[in-house]
Design a protein around this ligand. Structure first.
Ligand SMILES: *[C@@H]1O[C@H](CO)[C@@H](O)[C@H](O)[C@H]1NC(C)=O
Ligand SMILES: *[C@@H]1O[C@H](CO)[C@@H](O)[C@H](O)[C@H]1NC(C)=O
Ligand SMILES: *[C@@H]1O[C@H](CO)[C@@H](O)[C@H](O)[C@H]1NC(C)=O
Ligand SMILES: *[C@@H]1O[C@H](CO)[C@@H](O)[C@H](O)[C@H]1NC(C)=O
Ligand SMILES: *[C@@H]1O[C@H](CO)[C@@H](O)[C@H](O)[C@H]1NC(C)=O
Ligand SMILES: *[C@@H]1O[C@H](CO)[C@@H](O)[C@H](O)[C@H]1NC(C)=O
Ligand SMILES: *[C@@H]1O[C@H](CO)[C@@H](O)[C@H](O)[C@H]1NC(C)=O
Ligand SMILES: *[C@@H]1O[C@H](CO)[C@@H](O)[C@H](O)[C@H]1NC(C)=O
Ligand SMILES: *[C@@H]1O[C@H](CO)[C@@H](O)[C@H](O)[C@H]1NC(C)=O
Ligand SMILES: *[C@@H]1O[C@H](CO)[C@@H](O)[C@H](O)[C@H]1NC(C)=O
Ligand SMILES: *[C@@H]1O[C@H](CO)[C@@H](O)[C@H](O)[C@H]1NC(C)=O
Ligand SMILES: *[C@@H]1O[C@H](CO)[C@@H](O)[C@H](O)[C@H]1NC(C)=O
Length: 729
């Protein structure tokens, strides 16, 4: 009996001990009312070790607010407030206040009307103190020393994470412009949700695999939420956000050379201004620095492996420096100084009228470029001979350049991205250049008239008349014939059609759907923690939305991420317009780049498949009949009664869900068209599904509503027998 209070005490002690040892040291607190200013006695608040400071640092002719690592030849800035316009005047102050948190006063502003630097979302809680911790984390505490705000957790990192800090999924590091200018530079390191989990790419690119110059893919069971974490001990690892378990480590402090005993190490991972992501170890003895080591870097090899050059230019190395140069036929957009990095180039001739010329081949020569290749994605990839490849680019007005690689012809439009020279390039690059015969940079009118082949000369005028007369009649009869065939066709054939939304259809208003942000859905599903099913389109997670904590099912669509946004919206519109008690209702959606998610009502009693094949619940004939009728009503509605006919194409017990009243509802409808290109692939892969597929569909013939009737028949049989129609064993 006596053990209970003892246990309690132990737990309390552990909690307390945890709190104090972890990060809080109550002896080094910043109290309410403390003020710092760039020119005053205190320009910063230092950590107890004296290695980190938060406050004002010189920035050009004025000052900026940030956190830096002390005692370097020059301070290492690890975080800057408002980095893209950081300058504050020399008479600014930073003040810790009870209600507002940290207030940055610039000049003679009235503190009453200031937004705090650190906006406290729990507005009712008062700040009691703050502290610059030895880890480099600046924190605000309440009375009970629980953290209200911390720079590690609540602020966007700039280009650096420190030991103890995480880069969560969806967040990114942005490189600085230079070592002295900490505003946003040219590179991103993004922790992503999708296939590529961690990717480095040029700023403003989509950071898709073809854009990334460095990427880390970690196979990750269950599509969770991933983060990059740098531990206090210097291990840089990818972690599962929800469990905190390590998936893969990129680097660790094990490789430290010269690890002297009494030294303190501070680890920092920075996306440097040259685009490389590096892990540094700063060594200190007491508070004096004794050197920096680079423990790891993401991109090994030459500097041009990072896409240092801009549009239509390529990177090369000259005396160990990376330089950029425009492709032949291109000129610099802005004439810069000697640093040619990030050079953007444009065509040196005005836009041609390629489209209006009958034979554009004569307008261009194909110039081959030695040892050069580029990245980005070609708009066309076809296997063909090299000569044919060149010819076909000359003819094609969209084509500006080709990469020819082991009998594959890749055609590119402008701008050409991520160009670089490389001795070991296994590709041959050709650039389309104006041949000079027809195109002059200034006048396109004369160019046009000189190229237009004068095929029809005067003495052939009568021939033209005859030709046009005959052709006219032929086309007329042709048109009549086509119309006739069309009418016959219309009468006889059921067309497979799901009407897509018309151009001017207000998408969101029309179907009163809610548009969610990706972050909202991450929050509502607890980081996609609970997977409740997996359909042909991707996994389904449980979540809650709104103040009433309404349960929802969030479906992440994975199969057709490449599909255009408009087609996707058209399909959602079609789904959203359905209203029937035997169909699962769509509540909202989220389109965030390639991430597409749908939010459906949550049905608590699982799927018909669970009920039929897994549960041991007895099912009276009456109940089974009701389920069969429910499904039939849903199918009838999809086929006959809703505005736009929808063929489900995938009716099976797994797609029939049961609500709390045991009403059967059909889910997964309306996507057949989006999925069409992957039909055949899916058919082969998904044996289990094919037993519900109508035979004509399996033979790739055209699909009609009858396909659903077939599938329904199989389901009906399974409801009656309560066993699977085909047992694979
Ligand atoms: C807190 O700081 C004091 C001196 O400033 C030091 O003696 C003490 O060990 C520190 N406590 C912890 C838990 O780090
Ligand atoms: C470094 O430490 C010494 C004593 O340990 C102290 O006198 C000095 O002020 C410290 N310097 C800084 C910049 O914190
Ligand atoms: C430190 O800063 C000065 C002036 O801003 C600069 O000239 C010098 O190169 C910097 N040193 C290092 C090591 O970055
Ligand atoms: C701060 O400096 C600016 C000019 O740099 C001046 O206009 C302003 O009056 C100053 N404010 C205070 C409170 O001194
Ligand atoms: C501090 O802790 C006490 C008791 O644990 C609690 O009653 C109080 O609400 C807490 N205050 C804050 C600001 O969290
Ligand atoms: C990226 O996009 C933003 C917003 O469109 C723009 O302000 C910025 O200049 C772009 N950066 C680069 C490097 O192109
Ligand atoms: C970083 O992630 C780990 C594991 O999920 C967690 O324990 C830790 O609190 C996180 N750190 C911060 C500053 O959020
Ligand atoms: C550590 O060093 C060893 C040998 O020097 C090397 O093989 C290994 O890749 C290094 N590890 C890291 C994470 O840099
Ligand atoms: C480490 O510190 C101890 C005492 O503080 C000292 O005797 C020893 O020489 C130091 N070792 C090194 C490598 O500096
Ligand atoms: C550019 O480089 C040339 C020689 O390579 C040098 O003479 C010139 O001063 C440099 N210009 C600048 C602005 O650095
Ligand atoms: C393009 O090719 C034609 C003949 O093939 C040649 O006469 C012309 O000089 C070439 N133009 C350029 C710019 O290379
Ligand atoms: C090229 O032609 C277009 C229309 O034919 C005209 O608007 C444009 O000004 C022309 N450009 C030049 C450089 O002559």
């Amino acid at each position: 009996m006596a053990s209970t209070p003892a246990l309690l005490l132990l737990v309390l002690l552990m909690l307390f001990a945890n709190e104090t040892t972890a990060e809080t040291n109550h002896t080094h607190l910043i109290s309410i009312g403390s003020v710092i200013s760039p020119t005053g006695t205190h320009a910063s608040w230092a950590s107890r070790s004296g290695l980190f400071a938060f406050g004002f640092y010189p920035h050009g002719n004025s000052y900026a607010v940030g956190i830096w690592l002390l005692n370097q030849p020059n301070h290492t800035i690890v975080w800057t407030h408002n980095r893209d316009s950081p300058s504050v005047p020399s008479n600014s102050t930073l003040r810790l206040t009870k209600e507002g948190g940290l207030l940055l006063l610039q000049g003679n502003e009235d503190p009453e009307f200031l937004t705090p630097l650190y906006y406290l979302y729990q507005a009712k809680v008062e700040v009691a103190s703050a502290s610059m911790l030895d880890s480099g984390n600046f924190v605000l505490y309440d009375k009970n020393f629980s953290m209200l705000w911390s720079s590690f957790h609540n602020s966007m990192p700039s280009d650096t994470i420190l030991g103890g800090q995480n880069l969560t999924s969806g967040a990114k590091l942005v490189s600085s412009v230079s070592q002295s200018d900490h505003s946003s530079g040219h590179f991103w390191l993004r922790s992503q949700f999708d296939y590529v989990h961690l990717a480095a790419c040029r700023v403003n690119s989509t950071c898709e695999p073809e854009d990334a110059y460095w990427a880390k893919n970690t196979y990750f069971e269950g599509y969770g939420y991933l983060q990059l974490s740098l531990s206090i001990e210097g291990s840089l690892c990818l972690q599962d956000y929800s469990s905190g378990s390590e998936l893969e480590c990129l680097a660790s402090s094990k490789n430290l050379t010269d690890k002297s005993k009494n030294a303190t190490f501070i680890y920092r991972a920075t996306l440097d201004e040259d685009g490389n992501f590096r892990l540094y170890a700063h060594q200190f003895k007491g508070n004096t620095s004794s050197g920096v080591q680079t423990l790891w870097k993401a991109v090994e090899g030459d500097k041009c492996q990072v896409p240092l050059c801009g549009l239509n230019s390529y990177c090369f190395i000259k005396s160990d420096k990376a330089m950029c140069q425009c492709y032949p036929g291109f000129i610099r957009i802005k004439s810069g100084g000697n640093d040619t990095r990030f050079l953007d180039c444009e065509q040196n001739h005005s836009k041609d009228n390629c489209e209006s010329i009958e034979d554009p081949t004569t307008m261009y020569n194909m110039t081959s470029l030695k040892d050069i290749y580029w990245g980005g994605s070609p708009y066309l990839v076809v296997p063909m001979e090299m000569e044919t490849c060149k010819k076909s680019c000359q003819k094609d007005c969209d084509c500006r350049a080709v990469l020819y690689k082991s009998s594959i012809c890749e055609k590119y439009k402008l701008p050409l991205l991520y160009g670089r020279s490389s001795k070991d390039a296994s590709t041959t690059a050709f650039l389309k250049m104006p041949s000079g015969i027809v195109l002059s940079p200034t006048s396109n009118e004369t160019a046009l008239s000189s190229t237009k082949p004068s095929l029809f000369v005067d003495d052939k005028r009568s021939l033209i008349m005859i030709l046009s007369f005959t052709l006219g009649w032929i086309s007329f009869f042709g048109l009549v014939f086509v119309l006739y065939i069309f009418i016959i066709y219309r009468r006889q054939v059921h067309r497979y059609a799901i009407l897509s939304a018309s151009e001017n259809l207000g998408f969101v208003e029309e179907c009163s759907l809610r548009s969610f942000s990706f972050d909202e859905l991450v929050k509502s599903t607890g980081g996609f923690a609970e997977e409740i099913g997996r359909g042909s389109f991707g996994a389904v997670y449980r979540g809650t939305i709104g103040d009433s904590n309404r349960m929802v099912a969030v479906r992440r669509l994975e199969k057709f991420v490449d599909e255009g946004e408009r087609e996707f919206q058209a399909e959602i519109t079609a789904i959203a317009r359905t209203h029937h008690k035997n169909l699962v209702k769509l509540i909202g959606f989220c389109i965030d780049g390639s991430r597409k998610l749908l939010v459906f009502e949550y049905l608590s009693n699982g799927s018909l498949a669970d009920l039929l094949f897994k549960s041991h619940m007895t099912m009276a004939w009456k109940e089974r009949l009701k389920i069969a009728l429910d499904v039939a009503r849903g199918v009838l509605y999809l086929h006959e009664e809703c505005d736009v006919r929808i063929i489900h194409c995938n009716i099976k017990p797994q797609n029939i869900l049961m609500d709390e009243m045991w009403t059967a509802k059909i889910s997964d409808f309306g996507f057949a068209r989006l999925l069409k290109p992957s039909y055949s692939r899916m058919k082969k892969m998904d044996d289990k599904r094919s037993r519900y597929l109508a035979p004509e569909w399996q033979k790739d013939e055209s699909v009609s509503v009858k396909a659903d009737v077939y599938s329904f028949g199989v389901v009906l049989l399974e409801i009656a027998c309560r066993r699977s129609s085909i047992d694979m064993n």
